[in-house]
Ligand binder design. Structure first.
Ligand SMILES: Cc1ncc(COP(=O)(O)O)c(C=O)c1O
Length: 423
């Protein structure tokens, strides 16, 4: 895949496990096994050190001070914009907007681009596998402007029904907003192929990709994907919470009105407007136009450290490592009685969702916790997807670059123990 390269051969990343201080602890007297990376990744020490260093040495607000520390911090902050652009293949760092998370990035597009460009009867295509963060902002928009949401079905193996998606395209379609990788099933969507099909139908239709899970598991190149917006969140990318990214084409961004108003996003502010304008305030170009107020300075610098760390390991190596472990995990899960996996598409990342016919997901998750194993149980913010598969909840085990075979063994042993206790 040009957008998310997956390799089959195993790459040993065990040397990096020690980079994550949280993983060396015991939980309930057992080695801590963290299988909830799809929810949020643990942080390598380098990310924590860099943020601590910001606060202990040169911390100051950015873009404002003429003094030394403000300038050092501003330079570090802005260099992360360059790093992010390079990391996702964006043509320019001016196209990188820092947000709080993916949720805010998608809401930004819905409020700014959506309210400017969509009207009653216009259509937005989503899919059944979207996270609520890529459903609810569009529903709020639809309630307000009267546009219509169409939903691409998911096939039984958890892959997107590409043919159905193409058949949903119409002259009213204005936007196609899809996830790169399903957080609940692990399915990798062929976003480059989808974007091409959409743009072949009409170059005017915008494509937004929710890259929250996509950017974590392999090399992403937004220029190759050909989409208009790509959104992701820093905390799943081994960086801190409180920082996310929206990438958008420069021309598109500069046509969009501000999403929030405040400091640092204006050129000038005046109460008096000319030629009957209600005020004389004007706005900077992107990205500043969309970054009102003081941003998460130390966290954004921490995200830069996370990107350096991942680049040093190599995203393709991470994909290969997780792909290898996924094979082991799948074959061990097959041996567990009464277990059903949801999401068996050919192209998938190290995320496995399953139910057990002998117990409820949350009861099992609690017993796993007693055994030191952290997994997620529930709807994974994908209620429509759960409905599609006729379940209320699944147990989800998700792998990260630090996961290893010992984690899988402890997890499987804990599952057998849960079965003894619950069935
Ligand atoms: C596919 C997907 N989209 C969006 C989100 C929302 O991310 P955040 O809560 O960081 O905004 C998540 C988080 O689980 C996700 O997995």
């Amino acid at each position: 895949m040009s957008v998310l390269k997956k390799q089959q051969e195993s790459v040993n990343l065990s040397v990096h496990r020690g980079d994550f201080p949280a993983l060396s602890q015991e939980i309930n007297g057992k080695p801590f096994v963290y299988l909830d990376t799809a929810s949020s990744a643990q942080k390598p020490k380098i990310v924590l050190d860099v943020m601590r260093d910001v606060y202990e040495t040169h911390y100051a607000n950015i873009h404002r001070g003429l003094y030394h520390n403000s300038q050092v911090t501003t330079e570090m902050f802005e260099s992360v914009r360059e790093k992010v652009a390079e990391f996702i293949g964006a043509p320019s760092s001016d196209e990188i907007i820092f947000t709080r998370n993916t949720t805010e990035a998608i809401n930004l597009v819905a409020y700014s681009w959506g309210r400017q460009n969509l009207k009653r009867g216009d259509e937005i295509i989503l899919s059944e596998m979207e996270h609520h963060a890529n459903i609810v902002p569009w529903q709020l928009l639809a309630r307000e402007v009267g546009c219509v949401i169409k939903v691409t079905p998911v096939l039984d193996d958890g892959s997107l029904d590409f043919g159905a998606l193409v058949s949903l395209l119409s002259e009213r379609t204005k936007l196609c907003a899809l996830t790169h990788v399903s957080n609940a099933l692990g399915t990798i969507n062929p976003v480059q192929k989808i974007t091409k099909a959409v743009k072949d139908f009409s170059a005017d239709i915008k494509v937004l990709i929710d890259g929250s899970q996509g950017v974590v598991h392999g090399t992403v190149d937004v220029s190759k994907i050909g989409c208009d917006f790509y959104a992701f969140t820093g905390h799943k990318l081994y960086g801190p919470t409180g920082v996310g990214v929206l990438w958008g084409c420069k021309e598109l961004l500069n046509d969009m009105p501000p999403y929030q108003g405040g400091g640092d996003m204006i050129e000038t502010v005046a109460f008096e407007g000319e030629d009957g304008a209600p005020d004389g305030t004007t706005f900077k170009s992107a990205p500043a136009r969309f970054e009102a107020g003081t941003p998460a300075i130390a966290q954004i610098i921490g995200l830069g450290a996370a990107i350096d760390y991942l680049t040093m390991i190599g995203m393709d190596n991470i994909a290969a490592h997780e792909g290898h472990l996924l094979g082991i995990l799948n074959s061990k899960l097959e041996e567990v009685e009464g277990l059903k996996i949801y999401g068996t598409a050919q192209e998938k990342v190290g995320v496995v969702s399953f139910t057990l016919d002998w117990a409820h997901a949350s009861d099992v998750a609690m017993i796993l916790d007693q055994c030191g194993v952290a997994v997620r149980s529930g709807h994974h913010c994908c209620m429509p997807l759960m409905k599609r598969f006729g379940v209320e909840a699944t147990i989800r085990a998700s792998l990260g670059l630090y996961s290893n075979e010992a984690d899988i063994e402890q997890f499987i042993a804990a599952l057998h123990k849960a079965r003894e206790m619950l069935s």
